[in-house]
Design a protein around this ligand. Structure first.
Ligand SMILES: *Cc1c(COP(=O)(O)O)cnc(C)c1O
Length: 232
């Protein structure tokens, strides 16, 4: 077994254990394997081990891998910061965007989504920790943005995404994830139909699953430590 396939198995075991511990069905949580900074052959190894959903943070890097691996028919999620001059590449190449936090970007993605593809599936990124530098809308801004995104024909709003501040305090981390779930429920009370909570990474996926994550985005635990000099 390659390291990647062994790591993947270990992550799936963690996900299953967290589902069991929180009384949830294992199939309720999708794993997005975050392949940013890793070359296409690493994605290929993961695909050979049965993983078909991948996440990328950087537009050009992601698009290059998508082209290189087109024959594998993988499902690609864009999870990083998105500038307006890169929206067409994302609209044309990805199935999902998790990191939507501006109406202007949403409008561009909708207009640029090719008509022969299904609507782009999107999550609004919410800044649940209140950190100054973090991407994402404030919880208060989520409802008005969600209502506008829900009108756009090229997009289908599926849910919310968040990245809490790094912390070893499990109770704190869980309270952040709980906040995101509560916000999703509030939005649904206002008539939206959000079924997705994209939350949880390598170090906190258990906490996220306990609080209702439906998608976890896991990089390091599958592919290894990224080169911090070359990439963020
Ligand atoms: C890099 C990244 C991940 C994966 O993080 P790991 O700690 O490597 O699992 C998940 N989500 C986003 C938005 C990321 O940028």
């Amino acid at each position: 077994m390659t390291t990647i396939s062994a790591n993947l198995q270990a992550v799936k075991t963690r996900i299953a254990a967290a589902c069991v511990a929180s009384g949830r069905k294992v199939g309720e949580v999708r794993l997005v394997a975050v392949s940013k900074t890793w070359p296409a052959d690493c994605v290929e190894s993961a695909a050979a081990a049965g993983q078909h959903v991948f996440g990328e943070n950087f537009v050009q890097e992601g698009v290059a891998k998508i082209a290189e691996l087109a024959a594998l028919s993988l499902e690609w999620h864009f999870i990083g910061p998105l500038q307006s001059n890169k929206t067409s590449l994302v609209a044309e190449n990805f199935a999902w965007v998790h990191s939507l936090d501006r109406e202007k970007i949403a409008q561009r993605l909708s207009a640029q989504r090719p008509v022969d593809k299904p609507p782009l599936l999107v999550c609004i990124q919410v800044n649940i920790s209140g950190e100054q530098t973090k991407a994402g809308v404030t919880p208060e801004a989520a409802l008005p943005l969600a209502r506008r995104i829900a009108q756009l024909p090229g997009l289908r709003l599926r849910g919310l995404m968040a990245i809490p501040e790094p912390s070893d305090d499990v109770d704190l981390v869980r309270s952040r994830f709980r906040r995101l779930r509560a916000l999703r429920n509030e939005l649904n009370e206002f008539g939206l139909a959000l079924d997705t909570l994209s939350m949880g990474m390598s170090h906190d996926l258990e906490a996220a699953i306990m609080e209702g994550a439906t998608m976890v985005r896991v990089g390091t635990a599958i592919f290894g430590e990224r080169n911090k000099d070359l990439h963020q």
